[in-house]
Design a protein around this ligand. Structure first.
Ligand SMILES: NC(=O)c1ccc[n+]([C@@H]2O[C@H](COP(=O)([O-])OP(=O)(O)OC[C@H]3O[C@@H](n4cnc5c(N)ncnc54)[C@H](O)[C@@H]3O)[C@@H](O)[C@H]2O)c1
Ligand SMILES: [Zn+2]
Length: 353
């Protein structure tokens, strides 16, 4: 079991103060977010907290991956420390994965650690990044290069907040949901196949279903390997080896994370077929679902050499050896070592435009 609760519901933001009452936090909340999310959801959250006797300070960073940087982290820390006089603060990360990773990192290092709560507002954050305690900022040399494992006191997930997401953000999260289906939950995969339009319409039942189901899978896997030392978390990287390379090749601008992961899952499925693990029929099913939700079909404007070069930075590629997360069947996962370079190259080429 993970050492903190994940509370999931629809329209539960007003119940936030009650949910944190027993956590032994201080009375001074610092909400880290983006300006428009503060307006949309920070304001009601803040009102509920004040009504319950808390003080609230809102601090913001601009939207986008560029905020996950040392300079924004330091800026936040300075703002918080100026405010933090005669108080007992805790941090609320109100936003998507960018805010979650950055605010979690700030919570981990400010005064050697203050408590924080994840209030994820994107589908990707609700089913993935808010769970597991990985916090980070990026460097010029790469994403998530500086960070810490630092667990939140609570993950508080209100699926109602997803109703303002743009379709591209819904897709971004669905890529990870499809990943969970492929690596460990064939029923979830079938559910997404049958219901994918409902997510874009913000249907409560469908959203609650996948958020609960995916959050449970992520929680189960990270609980078994809290600090990623046992290799069990590796399966979460299905589609991510090539995905991360495509994301980096596009300078984190051309493709969103989920879009790149969608492409990476196509490549990983192709490699699974080439290695004699997956049937072509199952591969087609994977590709069909990735296309149905509107994720990219081809890797555009990126050179093969660039992708291969970037892949060498992957933790699963060391000293001439590689490890790939593959699937023998939807719902099953297998980590395979030392895949012939020609098979990897061919699989990527298959999707290059
Ligand atoms: N810590 C982990 O385990 C982990 C796992 C996966 C990804 N990540 C990180 O997560 C980040 C990506 O997260 P993301 O996809 O959530 O992106 P994001 O945080 O940049 O959010 C995407 C966009 O959606 C907007 N948004 C957020 N909530 C909204 C809402 N309710 N309504 C309307 N718009 C909203 C944001 O302002 C932003 O512009 C990356 O930095 C990645 O490295 C971390
Ligand atoms: Zn991911």
């Amino acid at each position: 079991m993970i050492p903190y609760a994940i509370t999931i519901g629809h329209g539960i933001l007003g119940k936030f103060p009650r949910s944190i009452r027993s956590l032994g936090l201080g009375k001074d909340a610092v909400i880290i977010s983006h300006p428009f999310i503060q307006r949309l959801y920070g304001a009601p959250l803040s009102a509920a907290l004040k009504k319950a006797g808390y003080t609230v300070k809102a601090v913001n960073v601009p939207e986008g991956e560029k905020s996950k940087s040392a300079s924004y982290a330091l800026r936040l820390i300075k703002q918080i420390s100026t405010y933090d006089v005669d108080r007992k603060i805790f941090i609320i990360a109100l936003g998507g994965g960018v805010v979650g990773d950055l605010a979690g990192f700030v919570a981990a290092i400010y005064k050697r650690g203050v408590p924080y709560i994840q209030v994820p507002t994107t589908l990707l954050a609700q089913i993935d990044s808010s769970i597991g305690g990985k916090t980070a900022i990026d460097l010029e040399t790469g994403k998530n290069m500086v960070g810490a494992f630092y667990q939140p006191s609570l993950v508080f997930t209100d699926t109602k907040l997803l109703k303002t997401l743009k379709p591209r953000q819904v897709r971004n999260g669905l890529a990870e949901a499809i990943k969970y289906g492929i690596i460990g939950d064939a029923k979830l995969f079938s559910y997404i196949e049958a219901n994918h339009q409902k997510f874009f319409k913000g249907e409560v039942k469908a959203l609650n279903f996948i958020v609960r189901r995916c959050a449970a899978i992520k929680a189960r896997i990270v609980a078994a390997d809290e600090k990623e030392t046992k290799g069990l978390r590796t399966v979460l990287n299905f589609g991510h080896t090539v995905g991360h390379a495509v994301e980096a090749a596009g300078r984190y601008d051309q493709y969103h994370h989920g879009e790149a992961v969608g492409l990476g899952m196509r490549v990983a499925s192709r490699i699974s077929v080439s290695m004699g693990l997956l049937s072509v029929k199952e591969e087609e099913r994977v590709n069909r679902l990735i296309s149905s939700v509107g994720l990219p079909e081809r890797i555009v404007g990126v050179r093969l050499a660039k992708i291969l070069d970037l892949m060498r930075h992957d933790k699963k590629f060391t000293a001439g050896h590689n490890r790939f997360v593959l699937t023998p069947k939807i719902g099953r996962v297998k980590v395979v070592r030392d895949i012939p370079a020609a098979i990897i190259t061919e699989a990527i080429q298959n999707y290059l435009s």
